[in-house]
Design a protein around this ligand. Sequence first.
Ligand SMILES: [Zn+2]
Length: 485
Amino acid sequence: MIKKTLSVLFLCIVVFIGYLLFNTFQLKSKQIHVAAVAKIQIGDSAVHHLSQAIAIKTISTENPEEMDTVLFSHFMDFIGNSYPLVDSILEKKIINRYSLLYKWQGKNEGLKPVVLAAHLDVVPVPNEDLAEWNYPPFSGKIADGAIWGRGAMDDKVGIIGILEAVEHLMSEGFVPDRTIYLAFGHDEEVGGKNGAKSIADHLKQSGVQPEFVLDEGFAITRGLVPNVLTDVALIGISEKGFATIKLSAEIEGGHSSMPNEETAIEVIARAINSLEDNPFPPKITNPVQKFLEYVGPEMRFQDQLVFANNHLFRSAIISAYQKSGSGRAVVQTTMAPTLFNAGIKENIIPSKASATLNFRILPGTSIQDVVQKVKSTIKDDRIQITLSDFRSEPSKISDTNSPGYHKITQSILEIFPDVITVPNLTIAATDGRYYGEICDDIYRFLPIRLHPDNIHAMHGINEHLPINEFHDAIRFYIQLLKNCN
Ligand SMILES: [Zn+2]
């Protein structure tokens, strides 16, 4: 009897292993094969243009009235003067005074246009960080084989890279088959409402329905995708939504020597605790599933086995993601308390307390779901729940079989032949989301290289871009524009 049970068990194990191996051998690389193109010579002026662009401090501010409008106007003049062909031949529309929309008319009206988006504003540099910069952040210093300063990576390389590409092609007499729009917003870092949103509204009113939109988002990563030795060009095919919820409570305060059973601070603190004890369940959404399908075949055999059978190893994959904050963000709708207000003095119990919670929402979950969950988890009528106006639903999921996705991956591989291309979910917000009403296929990719040593330089210290990488970024945009024909 024991012998029989053991042989049945043995047979089951053999069948199971056979099943795992079968799935693993079924895993086929999703990489397309294209030959690298010869590197175009990029003139010296490009580097100087990026340097000059960095030196114009286009810092966007939460309050538009605090914006240094002279510098933004100066930036527009700089573009006009530096790119005479773009500025004189393309149709230019200034939106909300500081955002730019260029239209490069295509030969064939029947083809859908393409939008190349970037933002010309940057985040400020805190004074306390200044001493740590190798070169002043708004110097645009060209040194050590790189261009230094705020915006070198995020996102003046996008603006200048696109403009250099278009100017280069125009100087050669290239005319696009399909119309190309260059959409440069001026307030991405503070939400994009006056910039990209207005540009997208304008395009919508003009009846424009792009084939695809390319905005910043991901990049070519090295050493950032675990267990993959090659560089991975990640392309964002969707982005998380966000919403901010304020919890406030008002309970009679008084002298701290005779506290009531519960104070406003305690009520709010308890609410946050219960929300943290009841997080949104983790899940693999479609863009992450796509990521697994594309990256799996490029990994070591043991990893391939897990990825090929990801339906069985789902919880192992999810727990691997959950080990870090950035990983958790990929598989979960997250909550972060960002403001807590209460009290003015050590011996007075405040009658009011409030907390602000910022949620980042996975595709498939809505803002309404978040509000509902907050209400049902807190279950406390004394707490008022207010949803902030500035919010965004998770974006749609763009197609990885579309002509746009294909053109982008082809252009990446022609310029960066050593990489693999993989779709993924963008966890931060980009201007790209505003184009969702006029276009299904929005991709988020910036042709620069990110690795553990420079990833924190964006919005951080010593942001810089190696000159050779900048040249490759321009080559990428040139190639993409050619491939759109
Ligand atoms: Zn950016």
